[in-house]
Ligand binder design. Structure first.
Ligand code: AMP
Ligand code: ZN
Length: 501
């Protein structure tokens, strides 16, 4: 039974799907006026892992994520650059999709764009007007917060307190929308201003308010109530509070059964944000590290907790992931080189261990997606398998059990969207330092540019040198590799190399 923390009830609850075996998820997407930073990426990666876990547990997941491609910030950016708002939005939408794929976030099943869903939004606004939950004022349409008694429940705010806060502001002459009947009310539709994108509506030319798009799209593509609504914790208020008010006021039903919110990624205990200027773009970080490393770093913190980002933590994540990848690579090599000999292993213990690890992984993930604990289980399995197999020549009779243990590691890391098998299939060259290519050119006459091939060439050169009793040359290869962080080990099946980074 999957349990998850529901923001609305502020407790962990059993997840009960609306429809047996199916999950409908809506996760608010980005406003496309810039490249996304790693704070944004954290939220999207967290929900990608949650989605992948549901899928792995056999649920049929429908994942919807909007793109906010009409908004004040996009209009402002376009004006700054003397460009069309649509052009700015199209550029950053494409960049967003590219960035998400690069960090191995699965594409949503449906990715609606606000500008393509205007009719659905107008329809919803009209329903709210007809139902007495919204009113028109000079071409704007506002949601009447007082018409929806449950307002404030999601974020734990008291409407009367909010109102008196507004009254104080009003005494200073600030914070009052002149056209609003009540300062708590918020815009569903905004009358067109010159030069801004605008669409025809029953209230004249205008454009949607920010919140209405998610209400319109989630109902259109998932139906109400759907299972899980997600986003970063900074969206709880006002965005999600307002989405909920609009949707529930219009349908008279529950909007989302579960609300999930991810913690903020921080730098020096401060939220990473575009406005603070303390952000790192995802694409810049990915130019320096492999996407798996960034995902791994994210997994080390529970999705609801704040995550402190630093280059040191990134380096630690790289080393830790490298240990798992190495173990998988070593096992692959041992499996390929198994001998017709008695088993050196306690195979029964190993078999049991792999099964136990999988169960423990499930328990951790079922407990509100505790990736940190689940990762610990994978590490423990790797350590135990290593302890049993390190430095041993496997018997062919061990192969199915050792392969099963290795495949368990690969499978569980795959749930996190991290392919550690790539490391075992020879693509590991990606993790090798590029200097090894030069070394191979010097010592082995290697002419290519592939790090994994370069290592193979060096090992061949060393074997040839040893056969010819050319010890200085053989040692030069070993020392050169050692200088780059490789260890060369001579085994009954020949020389093999491992890389610790
Ligand atoms: P925005 O484009 O600002 O609407 O943000 C897109 C997503 O990124 C939302 O789900 C935000 O909650 C999330 N987000 C923004 N900043 C951070 C941060 N520092 N850490 C985690 N998530 C964030
Ligand atoms: Zn939204």
């Amino acid at each position: 039974m999957i349990r998850l923390y529901n923001t609305k009830t502020r407790e962990k609850v059993n997840f009960e799907a609306r429809e047996r075996g199916k999950v409908g998820m809506y996760v608010c997407g980005p406003t496309v006026y810039n490249y996304i930073h790693i704070g944004n990426a954290r939220t999207f990666i967290s929900f990608d892992v949650i989605r992948r876990y549901f899928m792995w547990r056999g649920f049929d997941v429908t994942f919807v994520q909007n793109v906010t491609d009409v908004d004040d910030k996009i209009i402002a950016r376009a004006a700054e650059e003397g460009r069309d708002a649509a052009e700015v939005a199209a550029e950053y939408t494409e960049a967003f999709i590219e960035d998400m794929r690069r960090v191995n976030v699965l594409d949503p099943d449906i990715r609606p764009k606000a500008t393509e869903e205007i009719p659905a939004m107008i329809e919803l606004v009209q329903e709210l007007v007809d139902g007495g939950h919204a009113y028109e004022a000079d071409g704007d349409v506002y949601f009447s917060v007082r018409s929806y008694p449950a307002y404030g429940e999601l974020s734990g705010r008291d409407v009367d307190e909010m109102e008196s806060g507004h009254r104080e502001l009003r005494a200073d002459g600030q914070g009052v929308g002149e056209r609003k009947r009540d300062p708590l009310d918020f815009a569903l539709w905004k009358a067109a201003k010159p030069g801004e994108p605008a669409w025809e509506s029953p209230w004249g030319m205008g454009r949607p308010g920010w919140h209405i798009e998610c209400s319109a799209m989630s109902r259109k593509y998932l139906g109400l109530p759907f299972d899980i609504h997600g986003g970063g914790a900074d969206l709880v208020f006002p965005h999600h509070e307002n989405e909920r008010a609009q949707s529930e006021a219009a349908c008279g039903c529950t909007f989302a059964n579960y609300w999930m919110h991810g913690g903020m990624l921080q730098v020096n205990a401060e939220k990473m944000s575009k406005s603070l200027g303390n952000f790192k773009l995802l694409r810049d970080v990915l130019d320096a590290v492999r996407p798996e490393v960034l995902r791994f770093l994210m997994l080390q913190t529970h999705y609801r907790s704040p995550l402190d980002f630093s280059d040191e933590r990134l380096a630690e994540a790289e080393a830790a992931l490298g240990r798992i990848e190495n173990a998988v690579r070593n096992l692959g090599w041992q499996l390929e080189n198994a001998q017709d000999a008695p088993s050196p292993l306690d195979t029964r213990a190993l078999m049991k261990r792999a099964k136990e690890a999988k169960v423990a992984f499930v328990l951790a993930m079922d407990d509100d997606f505790n990736t940190c604990r689940a990762l610990g289980e994978v590490f423990d399995l790797v350590a135990d398998v290593n302890a049993q197999t390190a430095g041993k020549v496997l018997s062919v009779s061990d192969v199915p059990i050792v392969r099963d243990a290795r495949d368990t590691v690969i499978e569980l890391m795959g749930v996190f969207g991290i392919d550690v098998a790539a490391a075992g299939e020879g693509d590991a060259g990606e993790a090798y330092p590029v200097e090894v290519v030069d070394l191979a050119a010097d010592l082995a006459g290697y002419e290519g540019a592939d790090a994994a091939e370069a290592v193979d060439a060096l090992l061949t050169a060393r074997a040839e040198a040893r056969a010819a009793k050319d010890w200085p040359r053989a040692d030069a290869v070993r020392d050169g590799l050692a200088g780059l962080g490789f260890t060369v080990e001579d085994t009954p099946q020949g020389a093999r190399v491992s890389y610790e980074g």
